[in-house]
Design a protein around this ligand. Structure first.
Ligand code: KG4
Ligand code: ZN
Length: 353
Protein backbone atom coordinates (compact mmCIF):
# COMPACT_ATOMS: atom_id res chain seq x y z
CA UNK A 1 0.00 0.00 0.00
CA UNK A 2 2.87 2.36 -0.61
CA UNK A 3 1.75 3.73 -3.93
CA UNK A 4 -1.85 4.62 -3.35
CA UNK A 5 -3.49 7.49 -5.20
CA UNK A 6 -6.79 8.47 -3.59
CA UNK A 7 -9.44 10.95 -4.68
CA UNK A 8 -11.22 12.66 -1.77
CA UNK A 9 -14.61 14.35 -2.08
CA UNK A 10 -16.14 16.67 0.54
CA UNK A 11 -19.63 18.23 0.36
CA UNK A 12 -20.83 18.15 3.96
CA UNK A 13 -21.50 21.85 4.34
CA UNK A 14 -21.03 24.89 2.12
CA UNK A 15 -17.83 24.01 0.29
CA UNK A 16 -17.60 21.62 -2.64
CA UNK A 17 -14.08 20.25 -2.42
CA UNK A 18 -11.96 17.51 -3.95
CA UNK A 19 -8.31 16.49 -3.92
CA UNK A 20 -5.96 13.77 -5.04
CA UNK A 21 -3.38 12.66 -2.48
CA UNK A 22 -0.69 9.97 -2.60
CA UNK A 23 0.14 7.62 0.26
CA UNK A 24 3.58 9.22 0.59
CA UNK A 25 1.76 12.41 1.60
CA UNK A 26 2.13 14.22 -1.68
CA UNK A 27 -0.87 16.41 -2.54
CA UNK A 28 -1.25 16.09 -6.31
CA UNK A 29 -4.09 18.57 -6.61
CA UNK A 30 -6.94 20.19 -4.75
CA UNK A 31 -9.93 22.33 -5.61
CA UNK A 32 -12.38 24.11 -3.31
CA UNK A 33 -15.48 25.79 -4.63
CA UNK A 34 -17.05 27.97 -1.97
CA UNK A 35 -20.70 28.91 -1.67
CA UNK A 36 -19.93 31.64 0.84
CA UNK A 37 -20.92 34.43 -1.51
CA UNK A 38 -24.24 32.82 -2.33
CA UNK A 39 -24.93 32.12 1.32
CA UNK A 40 -24.01 35.65 2.37
CA UNK A 41 -26.92 36.87 0.29
CA UNK A 42 -29.32 34.72 2.29
CA UNK A 43 -27.63 35.17 5.67
CA UNK A 44 -26.83 31.51 6.26
CA UNK A 45 -26.87 27.95 5.04
CA UNK A 46 -30.18 26.81 3.58
CA UNK A 47 -29.87 23.05 2.97
CA UNK A 48 -31.90 22.89 -0.24
CA UNK A 49 -29.99 25.77 -1.77
CA UNK A 50 -26.65 24.36 -0.64
CA UNK A 51 -27.56 21.02 -2.22
CA UNK A 52 -28.32 22.68 -5.53
CA UNK A 53 -25.09 24.61 -5.41
CA UNK A 54 -23.11 21.40 -4.78
CA UNK A 55 -24.92 19.58 -7.60
CA UNK A 56 -24.16 22.41 -9.96
CA UNK A 57 -20.38 22.30 -9.48
CA UNK A 58 -19.51 18.78 -8.31
CA UNK A 59 -18.68 17.30 -11.74
CA UNK A 60 -16.58 20.29 -12.63
CA UNK A 61 -14.73 20.32 -9.28
CA UNK A 62 -13.80 16.64 -9.58
CA UNK A 63 -12.80 16.97 -13.24
CA UNK A 64 -10.62 19.98 -12.47
CA UNK A 65 -9.00 18.10 -9.59
CA UNK A 66 -8.08 15.17 -11.87
CA UNK A 67 -6.91 17.49 -14.65
CA UNK A 68 -4.67 19.47 -12.33
CA UNK A 69 -3.07 16.22 -11.15
CA UNK A 70 -2.68 15.10 -14.76
CA UNK A 71 -4.64 11.96 -13.99
CA UNK A 72 -7.75 10.14 -15.10
CA UNK A 73 -10.03 8.00 -12.96
CA UNK A 74 -8.07 4.94 -14.16
CA UNK A 75 -5.00 6.08 -12.21
CA UNK A 76 -6.84 6.07 -8.88
CA UNK A 77 -6.54 3.39 -6.20
CA UNK A 78 -9.75 4.32 -4.39
CA UNK A 79 -12.33 7.06 -3.83
CA UNK A 80 -12.88 8.53 -0.35
CA UNK A 81 -15.94 10.60 0.45
CA UNK A 82 -17.35 12.33 3.52
CA UNK A 83 -20.46 10.48 4.71
CA UNK A 84 -21.13 12.55 7.84
CA UNK A 85 -21.72 14.47 9.96
CA UNK A 86 -23.22 17.23 7.87
CA UNK A 87 -26.32 18.24 5.96
CA UNK A 88 -27.68 15.00 4.51
CA UNK A 89 -28.89 16.64 1.30
CA UNK A 90 -25.40 17.98 0.74
CA UNK A 91 -23.55 14.82 1.77
CA UNK A 92 -25.60 12.91 -0.77
CA UNK A 93 -24.25 14.95 -3.66
CA UNK A 94 -20.69 13.90 -2.82
CA UNK A 95 -21.60 10.28 -2.07
CA UNK A 96 -23.51 9.97 -5.35
CA UNK A 97 -20.53 11.29 -7.28
CA UNK A 98 -18.06 9.06 -5.44
CA UNK A 99 -20.18 5.94 -6.01
CA UNK A 100 -20.58 6.78 -9.65
CA UNK A 101 -16.82 7.04 -10.20
CA UNK A 102 -16.10 3.99 -8.06
CA UNK A 103 -18.77 1.99 -9.90
CA UNK A 104 -17.64 2.99 -13.40
CA UNK A 105 -13.95 2.42 -12.75
CA UNK A 106 -14.21 -0.52 -10.37
CA UNK A 107 -12.63 1.29 -7.42
CA UNK A 108 -13.00 0.62 -3.71
CA UNK A 109 -14.87 3.31 -1.82
CA UNK A 110 -14.08 4.65 1.65
CA UNK A 111 -16.68 6.46 3.74
CA UNK A 112 -15.11 9.19 5.85
CA UNK A 113 -16.18 10.88 9.08
CA UNK A 114 -15.73 14.61 8.57
CA UNK A 115 -14.30 15.27 12.06
CA UNK A 116 -11.88 12.36 11.88
CA UNK A 117 -10.61 13.88 8.64
CA UNK A 118 -10.08 17.27 10.33
CA UNK A 119 -7.96 15.50 12.96
CA UNK A 120 -5.99 13.08 10.78
CA UNK A 121 -4.93 15.61 8.17
CA UNK A 122 -2.44 16.72 10.82
CA UNK A 123 -0.61 13.44 10.25
CA UNK A 124 -0.16 14.36 6.63
CA UNK A 125 1.50 17.62 7.67
CA UNK A 126 3.57 16.29 10.53
CA UNK A 127 4.94 12.88 9.65
CA UNK A 128 6.24 12.35 13.21
CA UNK A 129 2.74 12.62 14.61
CA UNK A 130 2.12 9.12 15.97
CA UNK A 131 -0.77 7.91 18.08
CA UNK A 132 -1.67 8.68 20.80
CA UNK A 133 -2.31 12.40 20.39
CA UNK A 134 -4.91 14.90 21.49
CA UNK A 135 -7.07 16.92 19.17
CA UNK A 136 -9.16 20.03 19.57
CA UNK A 137 -11.52 20.23 16.61
CA UNK A 138 -13.25 23.56 16.19
CA UNK A 139 -15.59 24.31 13.33
CA UNK A 140 -18.98 25.74 12.49
CA UNK A 141 -20.93 22.76 13.75
CA UNK A 142 -18.60 21.01 16.17
CA UNK A 143 -16.42 21.58 19.19
CA UNK A 144 -14.60 18.42 20.15
CA UNK A 145 -11.75 17.50 22.45
CA UNK A 146 -10.57 13.99 21.79
CA UNK A 147 -7.79 11.65 22.72
CA UNK A 148 -6.83 9.69 19.61
CA UNK A 149 -5.31 6.44 20.87
CA UNK A 150 -5.15 4.75 17.49
CA UNK A 151 -6.82 4.87 14.10
CA UNK A 152 -10.54 4.63 14.86
CA UNK A 153 -10.00 4.69 18.63
CA UNK A 154 -11.08 8.06 19.86
CA UNK A 155 -12.02 8.98 23.39
CA UNK A 156 -14.20 12.05 23.59
CA UNK A 157 -13.09 14.27 26.45
CA UNK A 158 -15.41 17.14 25.70
CA UNK A 159 -18.00 18.47 23.29
CA UNK A 160 -20.32 21.44 23.09
CA UNK A 161 -23.55 21.38 25.02
CA UNK A 162 -25.10 23.89 22.61
CA UNK A 163 -23.31 25.88 19.88
CA UNK A 164 -19.85 25.44 18.41
CA UNK A 165 -17.37 28.30 18.46
CA UNK A 166 -17.59 28.82 14.69
CA UNK A 167 -21.33 29.38 14.99
CA UNK A 168 -20.64 32.11 17.58
CA UNK A 169 -18.13 33.75 15.22
CA UNK A 170 -20.58 33.57 12.31
CA UNK A 171 -23.55 35.02 14.21
CA UNK A 172 -21.47 37.75 15.83
CA UNK A 173 -20.17 38.74 12.41
CA UNK A 174 -23.69 38.88 11.01
CA UNK A 175 -24.98 41.00 13.90
CA UNK A 176 -22.00 43.34 13.60
CA UNK A 177 -22.82 43.94 9.95
CA UNK A 178 -19.56 42.46 8.65
CA UNK A 179 -18.87 41.38 5.11
CA UNK A 180 -19.78 37.68 5.03
CA UNK A 181 -18.56 36.90 1.54
CA UNK A 182 -15.78 34.70 2.93
CA UNK A 183 -17.34 33.65 6.25
CA UNK A 184 -17.89 35.22 9.65
CA UNK A 185 -14.72 33.93 11.27
CA UNK A 186 -12.10 35.73 9.19
CA UNK A 187 -14.19 38.93 9.26
CA UNK A 188 -14.24 38.97 13.09
CA UNK A 189 -10.55 38.09 13.27
CA UNK A 190 -9.67 41.02 11.05
CA UNK A 191 -11.89 43.57 12.79
CA UNK A 192 -10.77 42.39 16.24
CA UNK A 193 -7.23 43.64 15.45
CA UNK A 194 -8.55 47.22 15.60
CA UNK A 195 -10.43 46.73 18.85
CA UNK A 196 -9.77 46.77 22.58
CA UNK A 197 -10.24 43.19 23.81
CA UNK A 198 -10.58 44.37 27.41
CA UNK A 199 -13.30 46.94 26.73
CA UNK A 200 -16.26 44.63 27.33
CA UNK A 201 -16.18 42.12 30.13
CA UNK A 202 -18.02 39.16 28.66
CA UNK A 203 -18.12 36.31 31.13
CA UNK A 204 -16.26 33.10 30.40
CA UNK A 205 -18.70 30.22 29.73
CA UNK A 206 -19.07 27.31 32.17
CA UNK A 207 -16.43 28.56 34.61
CA UNK A 208 -18.06 26.64 37.44
CA UNK A 209 -18.14 23.34 35.51
CA UNK A 210 -14.80 21.67 36.00
CA UNK A 211 -15.07 19.50 32.91
CA UNK A 212 -13.97 19.70 29.27
CA UNK A 213 -17.28 20.57 27.64
CA UNK A 214 -18.02 23.79 25.80
CA UNK A 215 -20.89 26.21 25.55
CA UNK A 216 -21.11 29.17 23.18
CA UNK A 217 -24.83 29.94 23.19
CA UNK A 218 -24.54 32.19 26.26
CA UNK A 219 -21.60 34.13 24.84
CA UNK A 220 -23.52 34.60 21.61
CA UNK A 221 -26.36 36.14 23.61
CA UNK A 222 -23.93 38.39 25.49
CA UNK A 223 -22.62 39.66 22.16
CA UNK A 224 -26.13 40.31 20.87
CA UNK A 225 -27.02 42.26 24.01
CA UNK A 226 -23.84 44.34 23.77
CA UNK A 227 -24.66 45.16 20.16
CA UNK A 228 -28.19 46.17 21.09
CA UNK A 229 -27.13 48.28 24.05
CA UNK A 230 -24.63 50.16 21.88
CA UNK A 231 -27.33 50.74 19.26
CA UNK A 232 -25.27 49.22 16.48
CA UNK A 233 -27.30 48.82 13.32
CA UNK A 234 -26.22 45.74 11.35
CA UNK A 235 -28.22 47.08 8.40
CA UNK A 236 -25.45 49.59 8.00
CA UNK A 237 -22.51 47.58 6.67
CA UNK A 238 -19.23 48.11 8.48
CA UNK A 239 -17.78 49.69 5.34
CA UNK A 240 -20.24 52.62 5.68
CA UNK A 241 -20.06 52.95 9.47
CA UNK A 242 -18.75 56.13 11.10
CA UNK A 243 -15.33 56.01 12.80
CA UNK A 244 -17.00 55.93 16.20
CA UNK A 245 -19.40 53.18 15.16
CA UNK A 246 -16.61 51.15 13.58
CA UNK A 247 -14.50 51.36 16.70
CA UNK A 248 -17.30 50.16 18.97
CA UNK A 249 -17.93 47.23 16.61
CA UNK A 250 -14.22 46.42 16.71
CA UNK A 251 -14.24 46.51 20.52
CA UNK A 252 -17.08 44.00 20.59
CA UNK A 253 -15.32 41.74 18.07
CA UNK A 254 -12.06 41.83 20.05
CA UNK A 255 -13.75 41.28 23.41
CA UNK A 256 -15.80 38.41 22.01
CA UNK A 257 -12.76 36.76 20.46
CA UNK A 258 -10.74 37.05 23.65
CA UNK A 259 -13.38 35.29 25.77
CA UNK A 260 -14.31 32.74 23.09
CA UNK A 261 -10.68 31.66 22.96
CA UNK A 262 -10.17 31.84 26.74
CA UNK A 263 -12.89 29.21 26.96
CA UNK A 264 -10.92 27.00 24.55
CA UNK A 265 -7.70 27.57 26.51
CA UNK A 266 -9.23 26.63 29.81
CA UNK A 267 -10.84 23.46 28.47
CA UNK A 268 -7.68 22.40 26.65
CA UNK A 269 -5.54 22.79 29.74
CA UNK A 270 -7.84 20.50 31.70
CA UNK A 271 -8.22 18.00 28.86
CA UNK A 272 -4.44 17.67 28.58
CA UNK A 273 -4.23 16.83 32.29
CA UNK A 274 -6.95 14.21 31.86
CA UNK A 275 -5.35 12.73 28.77
CA UNK A 276 -1.90 12.52 30.36
CA UNK A 277 -3.35 10.29 33.06
CA UNK A 278 -4.50 7.87 30.38
CA UNK A 279 -1.52 8.26 28.08
CA UNK A 280 1.57 9.47 29.99
CA UNK A 281 3.68 9.39 26.82
CA UNK A 282 1.47 12.00 25.14
CA UNK A 283 3.50 14.43 23.01
CA UNK A 284 1.20 16.21 20.58
CA UNK A 285 -1.93 18.29 20.49
CA UNK A 286 -3.63 18.83 17.15
CA UNK A 287 -5.82 21.88 16.61
CA UNK A 288 -7.87 21.73 13.43
CA UNK A 289 -11.21 22.67 11.86
CA UNK A 290 -12.17 26.00 10.30
CA UNK A 291 -11.68 28.10 13.44
CA UNK A 292 -8.12 26.76 13.78
CA UNK A 293 -7.15 28.87 10.78
CA UNK A 294 -7.48 31.89 13.09
CA UNK A 295 -4.06 33.32 14.00
CA UNK A 296 -5.12 34.50 17.46
CA UNK A 297 -6.53 31.05 18.26
CA UNK A 298 -3.27 29.44 17.11
CA UNK A 299 -1.07 31.75 19.17
CA UNK A 300 -3.10 31.38 22.35
CA UNK A 301 -3.36 27.60 22.11
CA UNK A 302 0.32 27.28 21.32
CA UNK A 303 1.04 28.84 24.70
CA UNK A 304 -1.30 26.46 26.52
CA UNK A 305 0.17 23.44 24.78
CA UNK A 306 3.75 24.55 25.47
CA UNK A 307 2.97 25.13 29.16
CA UNK A 308 1.84 21.51 29.28
CA UNK A 309 5.07 20.37 27.60
CA UNK A 310 3.29 19.21 24.47
CA UNK A 311 3.82 20.25 20.90
CA UNK A 312 1.10 21.95 18.87
CA UNK A 313 0.32 20.65 15.39
CA UNK A 314 -1.91 22.98 13.46
CA UNK A 315 -2.45 22.33 9.74
CA UNK A 316 -2.04 25.35 7.43
CA UNK A 317 -5.25 27.43 7.21
CA UNK A 318 -6.28 25.95 3.85
CA UNK A 319 -6.28 22.47 5.40
CA UNK A 320 -8.06 23.60 8.58
CA UNK A 321 -11.16 24.79 6.75
CA UNK A 322 -13.14 22.16 4.84
CA UNK A 323 -11.12 20.61 2.04
CA UNK A 324 -10.75 17.47 -0.04
CA UNK A 325 -7.18 16.73 1.05
CA UNK A 326 -8.22 15.73 4.56
CA UNK A 327 -10.80 13.33 3.13
CA UNK A 328 -8.36 11.76 0.66
CA UNK A 329 -5.68 11.43 3.34
CA UNK A 330 -8.05 9.84 5.86
CA UNK A 331 -9.08 7.50 3.06
CA UNK A 332 -5.43 6.47 2.69
CA UNK A 333 -5.14 5.84 6.42
CA UNK A 334 -8.21 3.58 6.34
CA UNK A 335 -7.30 1.85 3.09
CA UNK A 336 -3.92 0.88 4.48
CA UNK A 337 -5.69 -0.87 7.36
CA UNK A 338 -8.03 -2.69 5.01
CA UNK A 339 -11.01 -0.53 5.91
CA UNK A 340 -12.88 0.13 2.68
CA UNK A 341 -15.94 -1.06 0.77
CA UNK A 342 -15.88 -2.98 -2.51
CA UNK A 343 -16.75 -1.12 -5.72
CA UNK A 344 -20.47 -0.40 -6.05
CA UNK A 345 -22.30 -1.88 -9.07
CA UNK A 346 -21.46 0.02 -12.26
CA UNK A 347 -25.12 0.31 -13.20
CA UNK A 348 -26.30 1.63 -9.84
CA UNK A 349 -29.18 4.06 -10.35
CA UNK A 350 -28.42 7.72 -9.53
CA UNK A 351 -31.18 7.90 -6.93
CA UNK A 352 -29.87 4.88 -5.02
CA UNK A 353 -28.09 7.14 -2.54
O1 KG4 B 1 -14.39 23.21 9.33
P1 KG4 B 1 -15.16 24.27 8.64
O2 KG4 B 1 -14.60 24.83 7.38
O3 KG4 B 1 -16.62 23.76 8.32
C1 KG4 B 1 -17.34 23.02 9.25
O4 KG4 B 1 -17.06 21.80 9.36
O5 KG4 B 1 -18.18 23.64 9.93
O6 KG4 B 1 -15.41 25.44 9.69
C2 KG4 B 1 -16.18 26.55 9.33
C3 KG4 B 1 -16.18 27.52 10.48
C4 KG4 B 1 -17.09 28.71 10.24
O7 KG4 B 1 -17.86 28.92 11.38
C5 KG4 B 1 -16.10 29.85 10.02
O8 KG4 B 1 -16.59 31.11 10.42
C6 KG4 B 1 -14.96 29.41 10.89
O9 KG4 B 1 -14.85 28.03 10.69
N1 KG4 B 1 -13.70 30.09 10.54
C7 KG4 B 1 -13.05 30.93 11.35
C8 KG4 B 1 -11.94 31.43 10.63
N2 KG4 B 1 -11.97 30.86 9.38
C9 KG4 B 1 -13.05 30.04 9.34
N3 KG4 B 1 -13.30 31.31 12.61
C10 KG4 B 1 -12.48 32.20 13.18
N4 KG4 B 1 -11.40 32.73 12.55
C11 KG4 B 1 -11.11 32.38 11.28
N5 KG4 B 1 -10.05 32.93 10.66
ZN1 ZN C 1 -15.33 21.03 8.83
Amino acid sequence: HDNLVVLGIETSCDDTAAAVVKSNGEILSQVVSSQAELLAKYGGVAPKMAEEAHSLVIDQVVQETLDKANLTERDLSAVAVTIGPGLSLCLRVGVRKARKIAGCFNLPIIGIHHMEAHALVARLMERDLQFPFMALLISGGHNLLILARDLGQYIQLGTTIDDAIGEAYDKSAKWLGLDLRRSGGPAIEELAREGDAQSIKFSIPMKQHKDCNFSYAGLKTQVRLAIESQKINAEIPISSASTQDRSSRADIAASFQRVAVLHLEERCERAIQWAKKMEPSLKYMVVSGGVASNQYVRTQLDQVVKRSNLQLVCPPPSLCTDNGVMVAWTGIEHFRMGRFDPPPPADEPEDFV
